[in-house]
Design a protein around this ligand. Structure first.
Ligand code: NAP
Length: 241
């Protein structure tokens, strides 16, 4: 069976990708940044022998290199760069507001959301070349769009990080095109993850995590090299940059 590697699989969209790919019979490398396996991920793995758990902090170069070393030349069919940070530890956006910008948070968000996917993708290049599917999927956001108006001035670091991710991955798409590897960026929709519910973020029109991920998997299945470098909604609709 094909193998998918997911970063940040301890919650939300990453956890749901792990569950749904496992249910489809894929081998799932579900990675998380903790020393002990987070409970929701441990529970998912207890229900599926397809899910293999591995610690992987995408901000740590030594961690990423050691992890990839352990994989040796194992093929990876689909890499999902999902891990990201959007808020500070209190799930507040205040520390990203002009006038009270926390530059420690800036460093953390950029290390996770931009440097992390680049580090992981480059380190796994040979494994992706060895895979049959040859797909790199990055969870972006319309928060990173430069051409669409966005309300207010919230989420300065998060919005900037997703714009930077988009540009960086367009470069990666060109670099790996000769290897037959495609790179796609997704906006998963406004998703009602357990964190968004817990911290009171829901608003009308949000979609379920199950629905968003099911649609993204369908879209990923149909992707080919012709799609490389594109920015897509969960259902495959092209999004403006
Ligand atoms: N939910 C939405 O509406 C929405 C909309 C647009 C885009 N997105 C994007 O979709 C992706 C998933 O979001 P989500 O809503 O599912 O958020 P989430 O529940 O917070 O998931 C993010 C995951 O990244 C992990 N992570 C954070 N720092 C990490 C690190 N250094 N190394 C490895 N993993 C790390 C988190 O681990 P911990 O849980 O341990 O912190 C968590 O598992 C993100 O890229 C996000 O920007 C989400």
């Amino acid at each position: 069976m094909p193998t998918v590697l997911i970063t940040g699989a301890s919650s939300g969209i990453g956890l749901e990708f792990a569950k749904q790919y496992a249910a489809l019979g894929w081998d799932v490398l579900a990675t998380h940044r903790h020393e002990a396996t987070p409970s929701a991920l441990a529970e998912a793995a207890a229900h599926s022998s397809r899910i293999r758990l591995e610690p992987l902090d995408v901000t740590s170069e030594s961690h990423v290199r050691a992890f990839v070393g352990k994989l040796e030349s194992a093929p990876i069919d689909v890499l999902i760069n999902n891990a990201a940070v959007a808020y500070d530890d209190k799930m507040s956006l205040d520390t990203q507001n002009f006038g009270s910008l926390s530059f420690a948070l800036f460093d953390r968000i950029f290390a996770t959301n931009v440097r992390g996917p680049l580090l992981v993708t480059e380190a796994l290049h040979a494994n992706l070349k060895a895979g049959n599917e040859k797909k790199i999927v990055c969870m972006s956001s319309t928060n990173g769009s430069l051409t669409e108006p966005l309300p207010g001035s919230i989420g300065t670091f998060y919005r900037a990080s997703k714009a930077a991710l988009n540009r960086a991955m367009m470069n990666v798409a060109e670099a790996v095109r000769p290897d037959g590897i495609s790179v796609v960026l997704f906006h998963p929709g406004a998703v009602l993850t357990e964190k968004n519910v817990r911290f009171g973020q829901p608003y009308p029109g949000m979609i379920s995590t199950e629905f968003s991920v099911r649609n993204m998997i369908e879209t990923i299945t149909g992707l080919g090299l012709a799609d490389t470098g594109r920015f897509l909604l969960y259902d495959g609709e092209a999004l403006p940059w």
